[in-house]
Design a protein around this ligand. Structure first.
Ligand SMILES: *Cc1c(COP(=O)(O)O)cnc(C)c1O
Length: 380
């Protein structure tokens, strides 16, 4: 059955910018400049200034953003990197790809974000960096994390792949740490028409190393001199053109998500579904609207039967994935207990108030804290 309320709908956004996009893509095709060039430079400047940072370097995707940031910081074999276990696997994958060891940690039971206390307890003499994941769209306490990382002399990295435009105490994601990493995967708050990513930093020397690293280690301004063993991770001009155009709408689109979240919050208050809250010092751009609910799997099926599409982010924590369990160091109670209760509700900029109300109504009907057997009898 076609869902009545889809989980994600990008088409209404794209209709708003379709004419501009067609013209910009035609311009790129006419120029025959597909990698690098003015379009990419323009977007990099726009993105740096949007984030409130001096430098942005376009890369091929969000995972590469993390990889080149870690490599440029000198993180590699023998180093440990602290990573919350309740994230998309790419966060941990990047750490392993540079040869370092992910050190998985637990999170705050309220916001499900990593905390300074948990990070402090996980530091060892081998810790080289900490990755703060802005899960679901809001940054964790970046001041406390920066203080812990600063005292330990380790780099703090933002995985801001879900937080384009989010803030912590008024400063935007991407400008809250040594370096900020973004994905422009189509479903992210700012999405390309394919893969894309960016690294943002205020450190000119680090920016230069990242730029060199992402372009085959090429010396700036040179064609044939390679100073580093780099890699090929570049944002292309077609994607940069899309991103420049969509960036002009990002704040409006994030506001649409914030309105939907506020309506979910009002509708679900006091119910069995606990909407993950936003910390007072943060603004969230609500990449996802996540509730914790008892009986998640049956509830999800019941919602699907009523035409409400949902997702789960993430059903299996990183440290319990076959690929990563070798780095698990012990139980992570909050991450493990919440994984079975998480449910992501429909969330996108043009989600209507009426559709939010339909989701809320379905949730209130189906998520009442009654025995599932009673619910089946009642429904029958
Ligand atoms: C999407 C995402 C990434 C990876 O981005 P890609 O562009 O898909 O490589 C990394 N971290 C988090 C938290 C993400 O949500």
């Amino acid at each position: 059955m076609q869902p009545v309320v889809p989980f994600l709908d990008l088409s209404a956004m794209h209709r708003q910018v379709r004419e501009e996009l067609d013209a910009a893509w035609a311009g790129v095709v006419d120029s025959s400049g597909f990698v690098g060039g003015a379009r990419v430079e323009q977007f990099e400047q726009e993105w740096a200034s949007y984030c409130g940072a001096d430098h942005a370097i376009g890369v091929a995707n969000g995972t590469d953003a993390l990889v080149v940031a870690l490599r440029a910081l000198g993180v590699g074999p023998g180093d440990e990197v602290v990573v919350p276990a309740n994230t998309f696997v790419a966060t941990a994958e990047a750490v392993v790809l540079v040869g370092a060891t992910p050190r998985f940690v637990d999170v705050d039971p309220d916001t499900l974000l990593v905390t300074a206390d948990v990070v402090a307890a996980a530091l060892t003499p081998r810790t080289a960096a900490v990755v703060a994941v802005h899960l679901y769209g809001q940054p964790p306490d970046m001041d406390a994390l920066a203080a812990v990382a600063g005292r330990a002399g380790v780099a703090l990295i933002e995985d801001a792949a879900q937080a384009h435009g989010a803030t912590w105490r008024g400063r935007r994601a991407g400008s809250l740490a040594t370096v900020g990493c973004f994905s422009f995967y189509p479903g992210k708050n700012l999405g390309a028409f394919g893969d894309g990513g960016a690294v943002v930093t205020g450190d000119p020397e680090l920016a230069g190393r990242i730029r060199c690293m992402a372009d085959h280690g090429r010396r700036p301004g040179s064609k044939y001199d390679h100073d580093l063993v780099g890699q090929n991770s570049r944002l292309d001009a077609l994607q940069a053109a899309v991103l420049s155009i969509k960036l002009r709408h990002l704040d409006d689109w994030n506001a649409g998500r914030q309105a939907a979240y506020a309506r979910y919050e009002a509708g679900l208050r006091g119910s069995a579904a606990r909407l993950v809250p936003v910390a007072p010092e943060a603004t969230s751009v609500h990449h996802l609207a996540v509730v914790e609910v008892p009986g998640r799997d049956e509830l999800r099926a019941a919602l699907a039967a009523r035409g409400v599409a949902t997702g789960i982010h993430y059903p299996v924590p990183c440290h319990q994935q076959p690929a990563f369990e070798q780095w698990a160091t012990g139980p992570l109670p909050v991450v493990e207990a919440s994984a079975g209760r998480l449910l992501s509700l429909p969330m996108f900029p043009t989600l209507s108030a009426r559709d939010v109300d339909l989701v809320v109504e379905a949730l209130l009907d189906e998520a009442s804290p009654v025995d599932p057997a009673v619910r089946v009898r009642r429904a029958g």
